[in-house]
Design a protein around this ligand. Structure first.
Ligand code: PLP
Length: 450
């Protein structure tokens, strides 16, 4: 690190000036932020030199792992050649154009177009407007309402946070905005009662049909959900869920939006979550794994059905961001996708490390503190429970989750706690030995919290 940045009083500077996202600022200023300074593979190091295995890949995004100099080199070349130009008003750049071809080549065969953004939140705002513009252009302007899910996460912009179903976000800023309603999530462990997972999957999927009937099909534009709900707690839907959702969207003529911001680019062992579940979305916001977080880049994958109308009937979609298709970010994404392809990292999740992780993570289900240990690809959750036989939860779920997370951190492992669910989402390059290390430390954290 250069001397310019090697400041001994970083924590004090941070406390004085830096307002952090999703952080209890009073507590943070008292404790001092953890300052992360270096990364290599699945490991990161903080300013005090402590090493952690990053079991969360940053924020579900560092799919190719840290320290890939190929990306740094490609980005440096592009920076020197052309650091910026826009994709507005009839122009584009070579990296943005090449990325459009590359990114759709991995999606379902009907998703042949992409609209670039700089983040997942912007991607969700983008399809929200696009869906309404689409329906207006095909002569159904009353189709405006979007049905989303409780406990879903679609970002922090006004539309993104409204589409999301996080109560604690809605409480700040008077959200959701009008025209967005929420139905239940397919969270069998917490909300399935006496139903089998398959029965419960059908029941919650059919809430979509009931909600469309209540609102009137002529008023509903779209349904949005994450293939596997991430921030809400790695809620893996029962097998019956997605086929029923797909059937209802087709039968009722509403657009299906799969938020692929986490699931996209290999996390579930397919390029996209919709492929894993055999679903054909009309729109699919992406970000995170598109560049493995090396630079901010996102987008919306757009089906031929919607793109044909946008191109031929709408013509000018009055929407876009200064950084839509940013050439340096697009270069980072292209290089990231090349690495995912060349090293067959997606296939590796499906055939090798995903099944290994599933066995190792699943074995944590024998711990007294764990009600269920579930995973899909390289995404896992441990449901903490006060009584695993009766599925009884702790009185203070947030406190028990935080306790396990802090014990993991103290022992050199980053896990995330969402209430009483412990979440894991390591880089796709994680080795068998590193998975073993993750599990060993997680077990220590569970033992220490018990
Ligand atoms: N959608 C999903 C499913 C996400 O998990 C996230 C971020 O975690 C977003 C959207 C928002 O993406 P961003 O933070 O890049 O705006």
């Amino acid at each position: 690190m250069s001397d310019t940045y090697a400041r001994s009083n970083l924590a004090a500077i941070d406390a004085a000036h830096h307002l952090h996202p999703f952080s209890d600022m009073k507590k943070l200023n008292a404790d001092g932020a953890r300052i992360i300074q270096r990364g290599e593979g699945v490991y990161i190091w903080d300013a005090k030199g402590k090493k952690y295995l990053d079991g969360f890949a940053g924020l579900w995004c560092v799919n190719i792992g840290y320290g890939r100099h190929e990306i740094a080199d490609a980005v440096a070349r592009q920076m020197k050649e052309l650091p910026y130009y826009n994709t507005f008003f009839g122009t584009t750049t070579t990296p943005a154009t090449l990325l459009s071809e590359k990114v759709v080549s991995h999606a379902g065969p009907h998703l042949n177009h992409v609209f670039f953004t700089a983040s997942g939140s912007e991607a969700n705002d983008t399809w929200f407007r696009m869906a309404r513009v689409y329906w207006a252009a095909v002569g159904k302007p009353s189709k405006k309402i979007v049905i989303a899910r409780k406990n879903g996460y679609h970002g922090s912009t006004v539309a993104g946070a409204s589409l999301g179903g996080m109560k604690y976000m809605h409480e700040q800023g008077d959200l959701p905005i009008p025209g967005i309603v929420h139905i239940d999530q397919p969270y069998w462990y917490g909300e399935g009662g006496d139903l089998s997972p398959d029965e419960f999957g059908l029941k919650v999927a059919r809430q979509l049909e009931e909600k469309i009937d209540e609102l009137g099909e002529e008023n509903v534009a779209a349904f949005v959900a994450e293939p596997v709900q991430g921030a809400g707690g790695v809620i893996i839907p029962p097998n019956t869920y997605w086929p029923e959702i797909q059937r209802i969207c087709k039968a009722r003529n509403i657009l299906l939006v799969a938020d692929e911001v986490i699931c996209g680019f290999g996390r579930l062992g397919e390029w996209f979550g919709h492929q894993h579940f055999g679903v054909e979305p009309d729109l699919a916001p992406v970000a995170k794994g598109l560049s493995s977080g090396y630079l901010p880049v996102g987008g919306v994958l757009v089906s031929d059905r919607v793109a044909d109308v946008l191109i031929n009937d709408v013509g000018d979609f009055n929407h876009g961001f200064t950084y839509s298709g940013h050439p340096v970010c697009a270069t980072a994404a292209l290089e990231n996708l090349r690495i995912l392809e060349d090293e067959r990292l997606v296939e590796r999740v499906r055939d090798n490390i995903g099944p290994y992780f599933a066995r190792a993570w699943g074995a944590l289900g024998d711990h007294d503190l764990v009600g269920e240990a579930v995973s899909i690809g390289l995404m896992g959750a441990l449901q903490l429970a006060a009584d695993k036989k009766t599925r009884m939860r702790f009185e203070k779920p947030d406190a028990v989750g935080a306790l396990v997370r802090n014990h993991a951190l103290a022992n050199g492992l980053v896990l995330r706690a969402t209430g009483d669910r412990m979440l894991a989402s390591p880089p796709l390059v994680i080795t068998h030995e590193e998975v073993d290390e993750m599990i060993r430390i997680t077990r220590i954290a569970l033992d220490s919290a018990w």
